[in-house]
Design a protein around this ligand. Sequence first.
Ligand SMILES: [Zn+2]
Length: 343
Amino acid sequence: MIEKILNYKNYDIEKLKEEVINTKDARLLFLYLFFTKNNKEIIAKEILKLKNYRYLHFTLRFFKLDCYEELLNYILDSNDDPCYLYNILYDVDYLDNKYQLKIIDKIISIGNDWYIFKALYYYFVILNLYNEELFIKLQELVKSKLNINISLNNYKEVFNNILYKNICDPEGFSSNCYQGHKKYIPNIIVCHINNTYNSAIKRFYDSSSDVSSHYVIRRDGHIKQVVSLDDSSWANGTSLKESSDVYYKFATSKLISSIPDNANYFTFSIEHESFDGTLTDEQIEASVKVMKEIIKYLKDKYNYDFIIDRNHIIGHNEINPVVRKKCPGSKFPFAEIISRLKL
Ligand SMILES: [Zn+2]
């Protein structure tokens, strides 16, 4: 069925729709929607009938549908996972203020401090919105949890202290990696974002998390190397299995979708602390510095000349488009980084 969906142009789209609906498989329904962009409303309602949160989330974040309120109301009524609700708030770009506030209210009512602060930070600082009622709740919360009085003058600073307080970098490299690069000379640099440096570092050194990146770059330009360039980090894996949402043929990068192997083997990855792809000047400088190191490494080790262009410096979303729509985000400064590398 996946091959049919990927090659939908060779089939009768209406017949294919019926076939997909008959499977009662939320994943296949979503993939039909994702690739064909046909019969959106019908398919979205089928996914809603199946009550599958994963693909409801994906459907909402890729398509603004007439029935989106129905989907959102179902989620708000029935889902109590603060991480899931935060992801809806963060990922669904077209949410109106009413739903933003409903989601944040629900996260507050669940009472997980980390997601409450992330949601409020996203609302007040990244989206730069203001709501008086919410601000009063924020004041109460910060007072009761941290015994700090916040005002309109200091709330951004307080947020920054909560989300970005310094931790010590672990020594050495993480064990979350494959040794070597198989038979490949890695020829692609992949850019990522992670909301906070601390949470990225924590996960990348946690041997039970199965994720890592070669480098992480903090908002102040601080660089931490997590995995040796001799090894393959676990940042943007692809799978050979059609049943996987990171199936390699889903990649929009032709270089990735043409190689039936895990993309981690032939890519280098750089994480940047950011919510939407916006980088500080210090981060851009650090990112260029790290990429120059990678280019030099490839020349020294393999006598390989890295090709500096948008096919070889790509975003995570170009490898795993189904699961990573907002990595590294629409504001990521590819053009500026590439032009600085060429200087
Ligand atoms: Zn990523």
